[in-house]
Design a protein around this ligand. Structure first.
Ligand code: SF4
Ligand code: SF4
Ligand code: SF4
Length: 346
């Protein structure tokens, strides 16, 4: 697959994304499978069987797998993360262009599809995000265009129509003159040379300790949303989260198999159990829906949220097993869960 060769820069061999396999959708369950990274990678870095580690020496650090992974378990390479975190420190108007534009207007990426929607949302909520999509009209790389389209769709869903119109401007023609200031190439290079490392280290240390993790863009977005929600009580955003039906009694299989640990089931109190979700961790992957034995997750649907931190998704009717305390259905006659009944029989 040589489809990206002419737009992607080649970087040092040791500069590549990092895969956190423990968060991969395929890791803990077999009800649904994913092969997004294998399909998008132009260099065949990822093994289809996932039995051997990625061949990083083949990687050209294009970063497409980071955007394509629906579970956000691939961290950006250190060089890409640093470049993006430099941008993250800006507020106000940010102009993003495909490197093919070559006119030095705003910040240029080899391809705009390398920026996950969470990062675009972070930039947009800092002021105004101007996307120069003019070169995309002639782009021959369908994989890049599809990925970009998906990111823009997710961005629009997250912000909602009104906020999208207020914060995002997609330009298909030459950028209007007054918008060409943005983050100039000169300003960006100067920041890289003089203040970049210090500034980047501040953001990284604040948010993720010393390591760049695969959730870095989501953590950034959650911090901006938290800040906005604190200042404006009417603030809201939208995310695709599991919709729990009344049949759920909190058995916890979804929480156990969620790749990102986004769901938690609380202890029973007065016949109810809280189901918690941490929206910034939930990627809407649908594993919980696929693994629930009783079909209690109706769908992964959009929800209006006041913030992206942990909140109660539902309080479900539940009883506790008299033997081990595990959740059992409130409608049954049994007082013990299946495991305790079998133990008792033996
Ligand atoms: S960054 Fe990801 S998609 Fe690009 S070559 Fe490396 S492994 Fe493949
Ligand atoms: S894209 Fe992410 S979730 Fe899908 S197979 Fe690759 S690592 Fe796993
Ligand atoms: S809560 Fe469900 S949809 Fe969200 S990340 Fe976990 S398994 Fe995926």
């Amino acid at each position: 697959m040589g489809f990206l060769m002419d737009v992607i820069r080649t970087n040092a061999v040791d500069d590549h994304p990092f895969l956190s396999l423990s968060h991969c959708i395929n890791r803990k369950q077999k009800h649904m499978t994913c092969s997004a990274c294998m399909e998008i990678c132009p260099r065949g870095v990822y093994d289809r069987t996932q039995k051997t580690p990625p061949k990083w020496n083949e990687c050209q650090n294009c970063g497409l797998c980071v955007t394509a992974c629906p579970s956000r378990c691939i961290a950006p390479s250190p060089s890409n993360a640093k470049r993006h975190l430099m941008m993250a420190e800006k507020t106000g108007r940010v102009v993003l262009s495909c490197g093919r534009a070559g006119n030095g207007a705003g910040h240029e990426e080899a391809c705009l599809a390398l920026l996950p929607w969470e990062f675009l949302a972070y930039l947009a909520l800092g002021g105004r995000l101007i996307l120069n999509l003019k070169p995309c009209r002639e782009c021959p790389h369908e994989e890049c265009l599809d990925t970009l389209e998906e990111q823009l769709y997710q961005l629009k869903c997250f912000l909602g129509e009104d906020a999208y119109a207020a914060h995002v401007q997609a330009c298909f023609d030459d950028l209007p003159a007054e918008q060409e200031e943005g983050v100039s190439r000169r300003e960006f290079l100067r920041a890289m040379a003089h203040g970049g490392q210090k500034a980047t280290a501040l953001v990284v240390n604040d948010l993720v300790g010393e390591a760049v993790d695969a959730m870095i863009y989501r953590r950034l977005l959650a911090s901006r949303v938290h800040e906005l929600a604190r200042k404006n009580r009417d603030f809201s955003c939208r995310m695709a989260l599991p919709w729990i039906s009344d049949a759920c009694f909190g058995c916890g299989i979804c929480a156990l198999l969620c790749p990102n640990g986004a769901m938690e089931i609380g202890g029973e109190e007065d016949g109810k159990r809280p189901v918690y979700i941490t929206p910034y961790k939930c990627t809407g992957c649908g594993v919980c829906e696929a693994v629930c034995r009783d079909g209690c997750i109706e769908e992964i649907g959009m929800m209006n949220l006041p913030h992206m931190n942990r909140l109660v998704l539902s309080r479900v009717a539940s009883r506790s097993c008299a033997g081990c305390g595990r959740a059992i259905s409130p409608s049954g006659q049994e007082t013990l869960c299946i495991a305790c009944r079998q133990k008792k029989k033996k």
